[in-house]
Design a protein around this ligand. Structure first.
Ligand code: FEO
Length: 403
C-alpha cells in the first residue's frame, strides 16, 4: 500500500504506481510499470497539480484526501490533458465542487473535446508568463506546446525553485519507496527507462523541447517534479544534458547499434561474424538486437543513444523484412537524424532489401549517412563476402574515429 510523501515542506507527492498496465499508450511495453505523479501544494490555499489515470482513481483520490488532511481543495492546475493525467478531473470536481481549475485556453478546449463540461465559475484561464500567488508561494505558468501535446504548460514555483515539469524530465518505472533520483543508481537502473520514455513519446518534438530548455535556462530551478518517474533535486544538469542531446538528435555515445532480422539463422550468423571482426578492430561499444525478439521501442531508444547503426536484413517478398519497415518508419516519424548507417543484406534471389533501405534513409530521413561499403550475402555468408565485410568494418572504424 502506497502512501503520500513530502517533497518539500509544503508540497506532497500523491502519485500512484500502475504495475498492471502492459502497454503505455497501448503500444509501449512497460514491464517496469509506470507512476502517475500528482502533487499538492498546501499553502494558504491548497493547489493540486494534475490528477492521474482512471485506472488508479480510487487510490489517487485517497491520497488527495490524506494530503488535504481535512482541508478543502481550492485549485487544480491542469498542465496536460493526456488522459493518463486528466481522467480524474471529473472525480476531483465531484469531490471538491468548489475547486477552481487553472489551465490555458487549449486546456479547456481539450476538456470539452473529452466531454468534460466545466462551469464557468470553476474556470480560471492563464496565459504565458502569468503568475498567481497562493499564500507564500507564487507560481508562474509557462507554455510548453508539443512537449508533448499542444496545451502543455509547466508551472514554476518562484518561491522555492520547484518546476512542475509536466511530461518533461519523466520516466517509466515505479516510484514511491525511492522518490528522488539521487536515491537510486540512475545510470544503471533508470536512464534506459527515461530514454525509452522520452524518445518514444516526446522524441519527435525536439524543437519544442529545445524551446522549453531555453525558457528553463532563464530560471533558477532547484527541482523537477515530472508527471512520471523520479523527482530531481540534485544534479539537474545531468538530465538537462541528456535532454539537450535527445532533443537535438545528437547521439550520447560513439558506438554501433546492430539491428538484424534472420528467418533461418543465416543472417544472424553473418552478424555474429561481423560483430566479432568489429571487436577485433577495437570497437567495443556494440549493442546487437534481433528485431524479431525486440520491441521496436527499445530499438528507437538505442538508436537515439548510439552514433552508428548497422542493419542486417533479408529481402522478403521483393521488399524488406516486415518488422524492419516498422523500425525505419518509426525513426522517420520521430524525426531522428544525423546517424551513420551500414547495410548487410541477404537474399537467395532478386536482392532488393539493401537498395530499399538505402533509398529510405536517403529520401525519408534527414541527415543520415549511408556507408558505401555494403555486404551482399547470397543465402549464407561465404568466403566471397569476406572483402565486403572487411570493407564495412573498416568504413565503420574510420567513421567512428576511435582514438
Ligand atoms: Fe503522461 Fe503526455 O502524458
Amino acid at each position: 500500500m502506497q502512501t503520500i510523501k513530502k517533497v518539500t515542506e509544503d508540497i506532497y507527492w500523491l502519485g500512484v504506481n500502475d504495475e498492471g498496465l502492459q502497454f503505455f499508450e497501448e503500444f509501449i511495453p512497460i514491464p517496469e510499470g509506470v507512476a502517475y505523479n500528482s502533487y499538492l501544494l498546501v499553502d494558504e490555499k491548497t493547489v493540486l497539480f494534475d490528477t492521474a489515470d482512471i485506472r488508479v482513481a480510487t487510490e489517487f483520490l485517497g491520497n488527495l484526501k490524506q494530503a488535504l488532511d481535512g482541508k478543502t481543495l481550492d485549485y487544480l492546475v491542469v498542465q496536460h490533458m493526456e488522459p493518463d493525467h486528466s481522467c480524474c478531473i471529473k472525480h476531483v470536481l465531484a469531490n471538491y465542487p468548489q475547486v477552481t481549475i487553472i489551465g490555458n485556453k487549449k486546456t479547456f478546449q481539450f476538456m470539452r473535446q473529452f466531454g468534460l463540461e466545466i462551469k464557468n465559475e470553476n474556470i480560471e484561464v492563464v496565459g504565458e508568463g502569468d503568475t498567481k500567488t497562493f499564500g507564500k508561494h507564487t507560481i508562474a505558468f509557462a507554455f510548453a506546446p508539443m512537449v508533448h501535446w499542444p496545451e502543455v504548460m509547466v508551472s514554476y514555483d518562484v518561491t522555492n525553485g520547484v518546476l512542475f515539469s509536466a511530461d518533461a524530465f519523466g520516466s517509466f518505472g515505479k516510484v514511491g519507496e525511492r522518490l528522488f533520483s539521487d536515491e537510486v543508481d540512475y545510470d544503471k537502473d533508470w536512464l534506459e527507462k527515461a530514454r525509452r520514455y522520452y524518445t518514444n513519446i516526446v522524441g519527435k518534438y525536439g524543437s519544442p523541447v529545445q524551446k522549453l530548455l531555453k525558457k528553463a535556462g532563464t530560471l533558477d530551478i532547484k527541482m523537477f517534479l515530472p508527471l512520471h518517474g523520479l523527482i530531481w533535486r540534485e544534479n539537474l544538469g545531468y538530465l538537462i544534458d541528456k535532454y539537450n542531446k535527445w532533443s537535438t538528435y545528437e547521439p550520447e555515445e560513439k558506438g554501433v547499434l546492430i539491428v538484424y532480422a534472420s528467418m533461418y539463422g543465416h543472417t544472424e550468423k553473418a552478424i555474429n561474424v561481423f560483430e566479432g571482426m568489429l571487436k577485433e578492430k577495437g570497437v567495443n561499444n556494440i549493442a546487437t538486437y534481433n528485431i524479431s525478439h525486440t520491441d521496436v521501442t527499445y530499438l528507437i531508444s538505442e538508436t537515439f543513444r548510439l552514433s552508428h547503426v548497422v542493419i542486417g536484413c533479408p529481402t522478403y517478398n521483393a521488399d524488406i523484412f516486415p518488422l524492419m519497415h516498422s523500425y525505419l518508419k518509426r525513426l522517420g516519424s520521430l524525426n531522428l537524424k544525423n546517424r551513420t548507417f551500414g547495410i548487410i543484406e541477404n537474399s537467395s534471389w532478386a536482392p532488393v532489401a539493401g537498395d530499399i533501405i538505402h533509398k529510405y534513409l536517403d529520401e525519408e530521413l534527414k541527415g543520415m549517412t549511408v556507408l558505401d561499403a555494403r555486404v551482399r550475402i547470397v543465402s549464407a555468408l561465404s568466403e566471397k563476402n569476406t572483402p565486403e565485410v572487411e570493407a564495412l568494418v573498416s568504413s565503420l572504424v574510420q567513421s567512428l574515429e576511435l582514438s
